[in-house]
Design a protein around this ligand. Structure first.
Ligand SMILES: NC(=O)c1ccc[n+]([C@@H]2O[C@H](COP(=O)([O-])OP(=O)(O)OC[C@H]3O[C@@H](n4cnc5c(N)ncnc54)[C@H](O)[C@@H]3O)[C@@H](O)[C@H]2O)c1
Length: 441
């Protein structure tokens, strides 16, 4: 049965904490698409199709024609940053997009100026921005963010707002007592508890207002029981963590394939060089630790060595990120994979991916913003596991294993869309109609 989905009427505000390489590449891209200058390649919501019904029915609409998503022309952008540069200046500094394209959308980008950030160098040592809020306590800062969101919504005549964290990776924090309940968290905001990072303050503000919040970095942010409870209480969708691009995207494409054929894996060594500001932040060991934990979880969950020790019990998995300024945003990754086959004979696979980090991440930000808005209008609250497809380290309920296999993630995403639209779920069994086709031949 089709669910009751509120229509996507009026303007959708997309607010981004962290208007750096990824955020500005997404904003400039959407404006360029709206001007007919480019295509939104990589955005499933814009260019992806979905199969409906039996294979014999040949129904493959575009996802945007199947589910009621906000139109790209109905989006307004805003955000926060620790640097006061407008989005045009920040995009020029990020050096991701060609000057020709940026100049074609210059007036629109110049008009987007970041609001002052909630920031503390304690969590990101390698940044020195001064465009930051002052407050008596973390609670006071959260109230300022709440005002920012409400003011933005009013000034831009938005009917809805969503937030996607595109800020830098914060230092590694483990969950502790202050993250357990809403009460403990609010007390921690008042007492300036050091385990409450700036990203959590934005998330808290969003959830208090019922504004969906997705986290593109590996920081804990909304992945703590207190904020999960708040999301449920205020009926707000949340999702995270860490956009799945580049090397991890390749890993979650390839590992399920090797696993599917019962091929063994002895070792997987992954290294990266990148020279953007993200790379600079990750050059600090405390911040790299957050990323490392996120990147390492992928293989174990796909291969499940404890279920199949003969094939994966000895797997050695190592991930490195090296800051190398000459490459800028053009991240280069190398993977060496030691696999073994029939009778234990060894083989090797080498991958050298010369990618563009923000070009891979920008469509994810757009898809997440549109799907989180759809979730909100469809009364889906709490963790949106069906959006695991977009994350390196998908947020799940405690005790549940995250699904990392990109193909299973895609099936889940598509079946969720079919489900809310009242279409049959697709199991790929096909037995119910296969014989009819054979007989008709
Ligand atoms: N590009 C990718 O492929 C990719 C993949 C996965 C995750 N990510 C994550 O996405 C995030 C953004 O990446 P990027 O390449 O755009 O980095 P970036 O350094 O270009 O941009 C991050 C921006 O966040 C700002 N910032 C930091 N702390 C802030 C705060 N508390 N409030 C507001 N702004 C703040 C910084 O000043 C900077 O402008 C990073 O955390 C990165 O790890 C990126």
């Amino acid at each position: 049965m089709k669910q009751n989905i509120a229509p996507a009427e009026g303007k959708l505000g997309i607010l981004i904490p962290g208007l750096g390489a990824v955020g500005t590449t997404m904003i400039a891209g959407v404006i360029a698409v709206n001007k007919g200058l480019s295509q939104p390649v990589g955005a499933l919501t814009q260019m992806g199709n979905i199969r409906l019904g039996k294979r014999t029915e040949n129904r493959y609409p575009l996802i945007k024609d199947f589910v009621p998503l906000a139109n790209l022309t109905d989006i307004v952008f805003g955000g926060w940053d620790v640097y006061a540069d407008n989005v045009f200046e920040a995009a020029v500094n990020a050096k991701v997009l060609e000057p020709m394209l940026l100049h074609a959308v210059k007036p629109e980008l110049e008009a987007i100026k970041p609001m002052k950030a909630v920031f503390d160098r304690e969590y990101i040592k390698n940044l020195d921005g001064t465009h930051i809020k002052e407050g008596k306590s973390k609670y006071d800062l959260a109230e300022q963010v709440i005002n920012d969101i409400e003011q933005f919504k009013k000034d831009n005549n938005c009917s809805r707002v969503v937030i996607v964290w595109c800020g830098s990776t914060e230092k590694y924090i483990e969950t502790s007592a202050v993250h357990e309940t809403i009460e403990a968290f609010e007390a921690g905001l008042h007492n300036n508890d050091p385990a409450i990072a700036p990203s959590m303050i934005y998330a808290y503000a969003a959830l208090k207002l019922g504004v969906p919040f997705a986290n593109g970095a590996p920081n804990l942010t909304v992945d703590i029981p207190a904020l999960e409870s708040l999301a449920k209480q205020t009926q707000t969708p949340i999702a995270g963590k860490d956009f799945k691009t580049g090397q991890t995207l390749m890993k979650t494409v390839l590992a399920p394939g090797l696993h599917a054929r019962a091929l063994g894996i002895k070792g997987w060594f992954s290294t990266n060089i990148l020279g953007n500001r993200d790379g600079l932040v990750l050059d600090d060991p405390d911040n790299f630790k957050t990323k490392e934990v996120s990147k390492l979880s992928v293989l174990e969950d796909i291969l499940q060595p404890e279920i199949n020790p003969a094939l994966y019990g000895d797997l050695y998995h190592k991930v490195r990120i090296n800051y190398y300024p000459p490459h800028g945003d053009n991240k280069e990754s190398w993977d060496n994979i030691d696999i073994f086959g029939w009778l234990g004979y060894s083989m090797q696979i080498k991958i050298n991916f010369l990618c563009r980090d923000s070009i891979l991440a920008a469509p994810i930000v757009l898809d997440l913003a549109l799907f989180m808005d759809l979730a909100k209008r469809s009364n889906m609250s709490g963790i949106q596991e069906w959006l695991s497809f977009y994350f390196k380290s998908p947020q799940t309920l405690p005790g549940l294993r995250p699904e990392h296999d990109i193909f299973k993630q895609l099936i889940k995403l598509q079946n969720t869309l079919r489900h809310i639209m009242g279409e049959d779920l697709i199991t790929h069994l096909g037995l119910d109609y296969y014989q009819d086709v054979v007989e008709a031949l």
